[in-house]
Design a protein around this ligand. Structure first.
Ligand code: NAD
Length: 490
């Protein structure tokens, strides 16, 4: 059984798990302030992606357990929504400190279940922590508006009020950051929250829940259920749930948006991506190549903001050999090994899918400049590793361009002008993130105004907005009307 000692209380904590068999711990549900073992007969294995060993089991919560979790949220809403905003804020001020104190433990859990390097895992927690800090300053965003003398003897006031029970459905790739985009902001505004973490990486969310309890969140303000489709359908259909935050694939996100909206819920759905890095010939070569390598292959490409597509404009295409050389120097290894740059993919299925997309590129006429298939990671022969891969001469009709690969694969297109590059970006169905590399201010301005994409970086490869702004997205990457965090969060 894995144990973590929380500094805040100096007591050992079992991370919401207990022995299921002689060696494999089980993940608990968090219902009404208690970490409870599910009575389900249906369990899913959690694997360490570097070894494929089973490191835990997660339950598919039963209908009764899911109902109990929502009922707990509904009861807690009565008092939580009436708790002063300053008291709610104090809990999140304590929470942000507890997350900082436990960042290494959270990161270790992420690396164990998700595979990313420990440095990336700490970054994952840190980016979520920033949203918690933002939640601590929610008072000014919660202000309403007034307009006196709207007509004779009449003034108008607006208030921003909590809406009730909210629910979050999270993906596997950021086990800390994305749940922390969800429940802290919802809760500090006075809502209660039902979380369904990714069934592949539930451990980090369980520790985050324990820390929130230690920070003083009353029983029932956060409940956690586990599962897959049945849990998602339950969230989309339960009448007490007023709003859903989803982050994940298009297949799930479009379905959840449609089903939840039909049931009258407010739904925000952040989905897939195909992010282009446009490289102008006047860019700083050294900086651009370094940024491309980090943004394409970091976290094994399993980032919704990964720069998975490079568009070389004009003579910049001559930098390709250097890009290949630099990419070769990345070290593929288990995420907890010193010096690892690229960790494993989440599952053998993900690895097989990525490898087949690489092959589809080759079959359709792309040039494989660097092949990360069959990479040998000593001591981790059973892991889901794919090394950095570069496919050049790619055209927009190829499958490897049309589909989100979600692996350490950079596909390279070429364009003769900035206008042509802009047209490529705008014809792609996704609009999550993009970057332009240039030293020309006019080109940068033109690009930032002409592309229909949520996050745009100028010489910045992964422009994830800090929490005082919102994380947006356009076209195929987003459904909904209000975005995560920033001013829109309240
Ligand atoms: P996923 O859609 O498989 O899973 C996300 C959640 O949805 C999980 O909790 C899962 O249990 C549930 N789910 C999965 N399939 C479902 C289905 N058919 N019906 C109902 N629910 C389902 O996503 P993932 O593989 O965990 O995450 C990777 C995806 O997330 C990528 O497409 C990535 O681009 C996207 N992502 C987007 C953002 C963003 O902000 N735009 C951020 C991170 C990840």
């Amino acid at each position: 059984v894995l144990r973590w000692t929380l500094l805040s209380k100096k007591v050992p904590f079992q991370l919401g798990r207990m022995c299921y068999s002689s060696s494999v711990p089980t993940t608990k549900l968090f219902i009404d302030g208690k970490f409870v073992e599910s009575s389900t007969s249906e369990w899913l294995d959690i694997h360490n992606p570097a070894t494929n060993e089973v490191v835990g089991r997660v339950p598919k919560a039963t209908q009764e357990e899911m109902v109990a979790a929502v009922d707990s949220c509904s009861r807690a809403f009565q008092s939580w929504s009436e708790t002063s905003i300053l008291s709610r804020q104090q809990i999140f001020l304590r929470y942000q400190q507890l997350i900082k104190d436990n960042i290494k433990e959270l990161a270790k859990l992420i690396t164990l279940e998700q595979g990313k390097t420990l440095a990336d895992a700490e970054g994952d927690v840190f980016r979520g922590l920033q949203v918690v800090e933002h939640a601590c300053s929610i008072t000014s965003l919660m202000l309403g508006e007034t307009l006196p003398s709207i007509t004779k003897d009449m003034d108008t006031y607006t208030y921003r009020l909590p809406i009730g029970v909210c629910a979050g459905i999270a993906p596997f790739n950021f086990p800390a950051m994305i749940p922390l985009w969800m429940f802290p902001v919802g809760m500090v505004c006075g809502n209660t929250y039902l979380m369904k973490p990714s069934e592949r990486v539930p451990g980090c969310t369980m520790l985050l829940a324990k820390l929130l309890q230690d920070a003083g969140a009353p029983d029932g303000t956060l409940n956690i259920i586990h599962g897959q489709h049945a849990a998602v359908n339950f969230i989309c259909d339960h009448p007490a749930i007023k709003a859903i935050s989803f982050v994940g694939s298009n297949q799930a996100g479009e379905y959840i948006y449609e089903r939840g909206s039909k049931n009258g819920k407010r739904v925000q759905s952040n989905m897939g991506a195909k992010n282009h890095g446009v490289v102008m010939p006047d860019a700083n070569k050294e900086n651009t190549i370094n940024q491309l390598v980090g943004a394409a292959f970091g976290a094994a490409g399993q980032r919704c903001m990964a720069l998975s597509t490079a568009v070389f404009v004009g003579e910049s295409r001559e930098w390709l050999p250097e890009l290949v050389e630099r990419s070769k120097s990345l070290r593929v290894n288990a995420g907890d090994q010193p010096g690892a740059d690229v960790g494993p993919l989440i599952s053998p299925e993900a690895k097989a899918r990525v490898e087949s997309l690489i092959q589809s590129g080759v079959d359709e006429g792309a040039k494989l400049l660097l092949d990360g298939r069959n990479v040998n990671v000593k001591g981790y022969e059973n892991g889901n590793f794919v090394g950095p891969t570069i496919l050049a001469n790619v055209t927009p009709d190829m499958k490897c361009y049309r589909e989100e690969i979600f692996g350490p694969v950079l596909v390279v297109l070429e364009a003769d002008s900035l206008d042509e590059a802009i047209s490529v970006v705008n014809k792609n169905p996704y609009g999550n993130g993009t970057a332009i590399f240039t030293t020309n201010g006019a080109a940068a301005r033109k690009y930032t105004h002409a592309v229909d994409v949520g996050q745009i970086g100028v010489n910045v490869p992964i422009p994830v907005p800090l929490p005082m702004f919102s994380f947006t997205g356009s076209r195929g990457s987003f459904r909904g009307d209000t975005n995560f965090y920033g001013k829109q969060a309240s």
